[in-house]
Design a protein around this ligand. Sequence first.
Ligand SMILES: CC(C)(COP(=O)(O)OP(=O)(O)OC[C@H]1O[C@@H](n2cnc3c(N)ncnc32)[C@H](O)[C@@H]1OP(=O)(O)O)[C@@H](O)C(=O)NCCC(=O)NCCS
Length: 379
Amino acid sequence: MSEATKGLAGLIAADSILSSVNGETGELIYRGYDVMDLGQNACFEEVVYLLWNGELPNQAQLDTFKAALVAKRDMPPAVLGMMAQFPRRTHPMAVLRTIVSSLGLADESADDISLDGARRKALWLTAIFPTIIAAWERIRNNKTPMPPRYDLGHSANFLYMLNGEEPNPAAVAALDAYLVALADHGFNASTFAARITTSTQADVYSAVTSAIGTLKGASHGGANQKAMEQFIDAAQRGDVSAWYKESRESGKRIMGMGHRVYKVEDPRGKLLRPLAERLAETSDRGQWYEIAAKIEELARKDDYFIERNLFANVDFYSAVVLYMIPIPVDQFTPLFALSRIAGWMAHIQEQLADNRLIRPKARYVGEVGRKFVAIEDRA
Ligand SMILES: CC(C)(COP(=O)(O)OP(=O)(O)OC[C@H]1O[C@@H](n2cnc3c(N)ncnc32)[C@H](O)[C@@H]1OP(=O)(O)O)[C@@H](O)C(=O)NCCC(=O)NCCS
């Protein structure tokens, strides 16, 4: 039997027409469009439409699509009531995972995995993620969840529900660019988890619950929270260079650095770095951009990082952007999910359209030929 490929690194698991991640040139393409181009010009809803339909919408199509999302923003009261019972210390990703699973109970056609059925669930989940995340933020702070507004776009409505006040246009624009930048990314771990679950003919809620659980880990979506915590740690140390030296000497990983696919700069980092720099000019949290930029500069001169082609990844500057908006640090990974639901749902639909069970093999390297020993004779 051939050698196992640890972490499935570099293996091609299927053909996809959704997004292309080029690790050598540092390019990310959604349906043929460069993410840089989309991040600078498109709103999140346009990109969701593009991922699901293959074309950018014209104005009438975008208006209809936005209206369809707006119509699905409200949370079922029973689900909201359930959230109120959760321990206040529960991590927002655990809440999101649990609530998405419970939404399956509220959907009478949860097991409809036809393409039309999946499309209806895609719309609902994409529309309702902001409501879930904002509601938990308010509930855990003993505030009443804000009902969604119907006159605001996806990002603006989220910030409104989070804070209960008219959102700042600069924060809305930054959040929208962030959501566009993270909407899809080839066969990343959470997307692959969603596709594996879908391939077994399980329902969409199960697939998205798998994806959320997979995104939560520090090697994937959890890295943005960890990156911000390290910036805070570096600031508390009072000397970023000393903090960097100590971290490196202790063998700690620098969070938000390195990538399985990109061996050059992550294009999403290229999009988000100038955004972070611009936000820093007017934000009272501007020092966090300086701290992140200093750590990146130290890593760029560090032979260890140079030899291993380790660059700032998407989580490095997105942590700073989210912190300046401002988003609470442990809500960073749910914000990643708020964007990536677009990609997950595109991949679930692509998997359903041409499904085959995803089931690789393991190379057995354990013992053979052992004989059963009665329990009283065992050491
Ligand atoms: C993303 C990540 C999991 C990719 O992992 P991977 O492709 O399996 O790469 P490996 O873990 O095998 O790392 C390769 C080498 O680079 C080193 N390395 C990778 N990321 C590093 C980091 N952030 N800080 C320090 N060293 C790092 C590893 O120690 C390893 O060194 P070695 O060859 O001497 O053993 C990894 O870079 C990482 O843990 N980064 C920090 C977490 C993060 O930002 N995740 C978000 C990704 S978008």
